[in-house]
Design a binder for this molecule. Structure first.
Ligand SMILES: Cc1ncc(COP(=O)(O)O)c(C=O)c1O
Length: 409
């Protein structure tokens, strides 16, 4: 073995990218007409083309070559970007005194440095059973053991299971790292309401007397939820955290600004103990230095410009896609309900996920869909339909087609 002895050499299986590969092979042979691509978690318009917000990219192309070429002001990012990161993503709900910020390469960078700043190799991390598969990949790369929690109980967020897992972790290792992906969970499309948030934070505040807790909330999809006036309400709860409890809000401009390739994101660490906040940020900064050195200077400059000079244009343009997601999700869910196709409880976001009792049943339906040139992604006990990328005209009737395939099994 050439690589380090602890390397995990099992294949890197990414269900999304492997289904995309199937789709691409199909259209290369048979053409695009008649094939449905419901795989990729990127916003596409009604022609099926990738959305790239003009309010963000028009100005980007006007930056100077030197702005593209220059390093950032520091490993943690440019100070004006960090200010805007906090103010945009907390919308004034969290006291700035309780926040520290760091710029990262995408949401993936944010999640990854948050994890590895809090847990040592061999420790346990708590992850939703139905979730973005990169959480698992990152955790295994860092040598963590995973304790999965069940997402739902009676179609509501399963806070009992979450708190039990946190308590067990505190007893076992004196600390707990809990991941949630709220609002607009990938892949279920669930968003917690304020009562659920209050119960969760109250529970974590109580458990924090047993040890340190990091609540990593991946807010990648927060800017595309239906109720933009109340999306941040739960953050008021972060002003009153137990000293041993911290929140790491992990942000992705891939989603917020439809800027997947121009990598940028960030972490807003929130807590009541300034020495703990300083420790976290210093540890994260060293991780940034180690992994990518500097975040993307021109992308930070562009985000700052948009926030200062074109915030209304951004809000307005983004709203069109929030409305489009609403139209598509409503249509698909109504049609699923009409034909009796079961799905996880959806409230917001880019995906609706069909629900199965077991993965064999899911695999059979997946294969049948592929034969009909319907490409959607496998997740645990589910098939994820990326309504973000399927034009409404193609979504219309999809539930019925899938239900017929299911019945014929
Ligand atoms: C749940 C979730 N979190 C975070 C991300 C981060 O994406 P990126 O690293 O491109 O910012 C994604 C991307 O698909 C995601 O689905």
């Amino acid at each position: 073995m050439f690589v380090k002895s602890s390397a995990d050499l099992s294949p890197l299986i990414d269900n999304v990218f492997s289904t995309v590969a199937l789709y691409k092979a199909d259209i290369a042979q048979n053409g695009k007409a008649g094939a449905l691509n419901g795989t990729i978690g990127s916003l596409c318009d009604e022609n099926g083309d990738l959305v790239a917000l003009d309010s963000y990219f028009d100005h980007y192309s006007q930056l100077s070559h030197r702005q593209y070429a220059a390093y950032a002001a520091g490993f943690a990012g440019n100070p004006d970007y960090l200010d805007h990161l906090r103010s945009w993503f907390t919308q004034g709900k969290v006291d700035p005194e309780h926040c520290r910020m760091i710029a990262t390469m995408g949401g993936s960078g944010a999640i990854s440095i948050s994890m590895q700043s809090f847990l040592d190799r061999g420790q346990t991390i708590i992850i939703p059973r139905l979730s973005w598969e990169s959480y698992e990949t990152m955790s295994l790369t860092y040598g963590y053991t995973i304790d999965w929690y069940e997402n739902f109980k009676d179609d509501h967020f399963n806070i009992d299971d979450v708190l039990q897992k946190v308590e067990a972790s505190l007893h076992q290792q004196g600390r707990a790292l809990l991941i949630i992906n709220d609002p607009a969970h990938n892949p279920s499309g669930y968003s917690m309401d304020i009562q659920e948030w209050t119960t969760l934070i109250n529970g974590l505040n109580q458990l924090a007397s047993l040890g340190n807790i990091l609540l990593l909330n991946d807010v990648a999809y927060i800017d595309y939820c239906t109720d933009q006036n109340h999306n941040h309400d739960q953050m008021c709860l972060f002003n009153d955290l137990h000293p041993n409890l911290m929140v790491a809000l992990c942000v992705s401009l891939s989603k917020t600004a439809t800027s997947y390739g121009l990598r940028l994101g960030g972490v807003i660490v929130i807590g009541n103990q300034s020495d703990y906040l300083d420790e976290m940020v210093l540890t994260m900064k060293k991780a940034c230095r180690t992994y990518w050195s500097n975040p993307n200077n021109s992308a930070m400059i562009n985000f700052v410009w948009m926030m200062d000079h074109n915030q209304n244009g951004f809000i307005h343009e983004k709203q069109q896609y929030i409305d489009l997601l609403k139209t598509r999700s409503q249509l698909f869910i109504d049609q699923c309900d009409a034909v009796g196709l079961d799905h996880y409880p959806y409230r917001d976001g880019f995906f609706v996920t069909l629900r199965f009792n077991d993965n064999d049943q899911r695999d059979r339906l997946f294969d049948a869909c592929v034969k009909q040139r319907i490409y959607i992604c496998k997740v645990d006990k589910g098939l994820r339909v990326a309504i973000c990328s399927i034009p409404t005209s193609q979504l219309d009737g999809l539930a019925k087609r899938i239900m017929e395939l299911k019945k014929s099994q």
